[in-house]
Ligand binder design. Structure first.
Ligand code: TXA
Ligand code: MG
Length: 325
């Protein structure tokens, strides 16, 4: 996809405003991944998102707002700690689960009493939100269960002509989804999804928090599905890549490695996430590398587990879900 000049981009934004005001769906860039956005106050718009994405209606969406002040348009009984987190990390890749207001379409929250909300840190997304008088519900712009999109080209390859307007904001800076934090009845925070703000960074604000364990829990309970973000190719996660390769003699293998090659054997393809071992760079490259590996069509993809600290925890969580059968 070619990048647009300023005037073409302005035209696209104006078109997006028109479409969104008529309950249409527009793909938008954020700092994490691209989103499929629609009016969060319109049942009709939100239903279109679920249909296009083939997402089960019991899996709720995230609402995107343009400022901390707008929180009270969608949520109520907001804990002080939620405000602390919002003012620390917004605009940015932090999603808060809060008690919802009735203004939010039922379909957004899948009937739950809580709503997921964040203020994205991308100039195009914020510009668009400024021009609208409603917030935007937006899941990641990929068909349900597949690899999240970090470029406009990824979105186009998934939806093509079914999506009239894809706002191209370049490659997503963070590359993995927002970190999701909720609160229990005593307003104690819980991590619902590992994301692009590390657990350590969150705990610097909150102190130690609980980790929500969603294994075996139905998706309409808060949280995420255990299989997710997956390439089409069979994928396996391991600490011992050479050992795992020996299990597949004669197979066409693709490798997703953290910082260096582990073998000079002839492979279908290999991807290094960060040659300097930088977690942020690795996160930014993660989904693009998965997309490229998948396109090469190997028989199997082997993911190398990263060190279990910082964003390594987030990346390993995504890899584990992608490799889950
Ligand atoms: O970075 C992101 O968060 C991206 C960009 C586009 O903002 N969005 C994104 O949306 O990742 P999606 O739909 O792919 O993931 C939303 C997650 C799901 O795991 C869903 O279960 C959870 O948020 N969620 C939404 N509402 C919830 C709620 N009320 N309680 C618990 N989890 C909720
Ligand atoms: Mg998603």
């Amino acid at each position: 996809m070619q990048s647009l000049n300023f005037f073409e981009l302005m035209k696209r934004i104006e078109q997006a405003v028109l479409e969104l005001n008529q309950d249409g769906i527009v793909a938008i860039p954020t700092e994490t991944v691209y989103g499929l956005a629609g009016n969060a106050f319109s049942e009709k718009a939100v239903r279109k998102i679920f249909t296009l994405k083939k997402r089960p209606f019991n899996n709720p969406l995230i609402v995107h707002i343009k400022s901390v002040n707008d929180l009270t348009n969608v949520a109520q009984e907001i804990p002080d700690l939620a405000y602390n987190l919002a003012t620390t990390f917004w605009p940015g890749p932090l999603t808060l689960i809060l008690k919802k207001k009735n203004s939010v379409a039922q379909a957004v929250t899948a009937g739950l009493e809580t709503v997921a909300v964040r203020m994205p840190n991308h100039p195009l997304a914020l510009d668009l939100l400024e021009r609208l008088d409603f917030p935007l519900a937006a899941p990641s712009a990929n068909p349900f269960g597949s690899i999240s999109p970090t470029t406009a080209a990824h979105v186009f390859s998934y939806f093509g002509a079914n999506l009239k307007n894809i706002l191209d904001g370049g490659e997503c800076e963070r590359g993995v989804e927002s970190t999701i934090i909720g609160f229990d009845d005593n307003n104690h925070p819980t991590l619902y999804r590992y994301g692009s703000i590390s657990l350590e960074e969150i705990e610097r604000v909150t102190g130690q928090i609980k980790i929500y364990n969603n294994e075996g829990v139905k998706p309409n309970a808060p949280g995420m599905l255990s299989k997710h973000y997956a390439p089409v190719t069979e994928s396996i996660l391991t600490e011992d890549v050479p050992g795992m390769m020996r299990i597949f003699p004669g197979k066409r293998i693709g490798l997703l490695l953290f910082k260096e090659k582990v073998t000079d054997d002839i492979l279908v393809h290999q991807e290094i996430l960060s040659e300097t071992g930088d977690f942020e760079e690795a996160a930014k490259n993660l989904y693009s590398a998965m997309h490229r590996l998948d396109e090469k069509g190997p028989d199997v993809i082997i993911f190398q587990q990263l060190p279990m600290k910082g964003l390594g925890l987030t990346i390993n969580d995504k890899l584990r879900r992608a490799a889950k059968k």
